[in-house]
Write a protein that binds this ligand. Structure first.
Ligand SMILES: Cc1ncc(COP(=O)(O)O)c(C=O)c1O
Length: 386
């Protein structure tokens, strides 16, 4: 008789553990803290969107959709990009619906990165990029955004590009630093990439959250970038439905063909009624066009309240994150400060160091203001003690 035995594994991702987001959310729940750590809304979506999905389900739209996504949704995405950024993607050959931006980015990386290839990421950055590159057998090349301003340092970016560089991942509007790349910066990126075969993965999930009359300059809007870019969007972020995990990728036909080879054996399809519901909802541009004003009001409310504390506010040009420099309040390293803030003050935040390999310390914590006004007010009442 053999004994039941689980064979040992060699991890493909030996450095990955429980993420800081899970740790801080668990601590927030344990301490009854207001959770401004994890980046998702604590309010509902537009009931009209739910009704569209409900109607699609009742109409029997519940079986596998086409692999690339429901045609009506791909057409709606193509029309939206054309209207906002002036590039007309072919809905059949250049738009793919994904299981959120997370799967879109992983699939983009898997379809183009070979073992030994290098991929440039700009730190601080979203936590899935490096593991995605490692899963593809690639090497992560980390270039810091300029400390203090978090703007791109083009000399360092150019210096990081070499014969092995396959791609660069750029995120604007930026999580966690809330910086929005200007047209001049996007054009500078285009100039640097022009003489190379480096592909661009443009993570634009916060595309509709740009404040103070600023503009989101999509990679789709700069022809030299669009020709080499996977442009990634997330309906979860735009329509307050992060749990639905539906996103899209726009890329030239040759890139999309490779993307779909991986996509079809990765998720194959994304759930049908959500896609039909989203396609119908997109007929009205108001919900995404009004999103910037919606979040700007929350940002302003939150910033006005924080101004009364000793936390120093960093600029917030876009996204739904507000970072603060807590040097005047504490000398603790960022992770310890965030734990202290959760336990003692009752507000959960995320340390900026969590977005850097090796944990660069700047005395900065990230707070999410995608919350009901009452939630923000409750957090502000507590933070006023600082
Ligand atoms: C920069 C960035 N990219 C991608 C994602 C993932 O988006 P999705 O929920 O659509 O997978 C997030 C979510 O927090 C994000 O902040």
């Amino acid at each position: 008789m053999y004994q039941a035995r689980t064979p040992p594994l060699t991890s493909r991702l030996p450095n990955v553990g429980t993420t800081i987001f899970t740790v801080m959310s668990a601590l927030a729940a344990e301490c009854g803290a207001v959770n401004l750590g994890q980046g998702f809304p604590d309010f509902g979506c537009d009931p009209a969107l739910v009704e569209h999905v409900h109607a699609a389900m009742q109409e029997g739209l519940n079986q596998y959709p086409p692999m690339a996504g429901v045609p009506a949704l791909r057409q709606a995405v193509a029309a939206k990009i054309a209207a906002l950024h002036g590039r007309r993607y072919d809905a059949d050959r250049e738009i793919t619906i994904t299981a959120g931006a997370t799967q879109a980015i992983l699939t983009a990386v898997l379809c183009c990165v070979h073992p030994g290839d290098e991929v440039v990421v700009l730190e601080p950055c979203y936590d899935s990029y490096a593991p995605n590159i490692e899963l593809a057998g690639g090497t992560v090349v980390r270039v810091p955004l300029t400390p203090g301003t978090f703007r791109p340092d083009f000399e360092r970016i150019a210096a990081a590009l070499g014969p092995r560089t396959r791609a660069i991942i750029v995120n604007t509007p930026h999580n966690p630093a809330a910086v929005v790349w200007t047209r001049a910066e996007m054009q500078r990126l285009a100039e640097i990439l022009a003489p190379t075969d480096v592909l661009l993965i443009a993570d634009e999930v916060y595309e509709h959250m740009v404040f103070d009359g600023g503009e989101h300059v999509s990679a789709a809007a700069i022809p030299e970038l669009a020709a080499r870019a996977f442009v990634v969007s997330s309906f979860g972020k735009t329509f307050h439905v992060t749990g639905w995990k539906v996103g899209s990728v726009a890329a030239p036909a040759a890139l999309t063909a490779e993307f779909r080879k991986v996509h079809q054996f990765n998720v194959f399809t994304v759930n049908t009624p959500m896609q039909h519901g989203l396609a119908r909802y997109l007929a009205d541009p108001a919900p995404y066009l009004d999103l910037a004003a919606f979040y700007q009001r929350k940002r302003d409310l939150f910033r006005a309240g924080l101004a009364a504390s000793r936390l120093r506010l960093l600029p917030c040009e876009g996204s739904y994150f507000q970072s603060v420099d807590y040097s005047a309040v504490s000398d603790l390293p960022e992770a310890e400060f965030c734990q202290w803030l959760t336990r003692e003050i009752g507000v959960a935040a995320i340390p900026m160091s969590a977005f850097y390999e090796g944990g660069f310390e700047q005395h900065i914590a990230r707070l999410c203001f995608a919350k009901r006004d009452e939630t923000l007010q409750q957090a502000l009442d507590r933070l006023a003690r600082l």
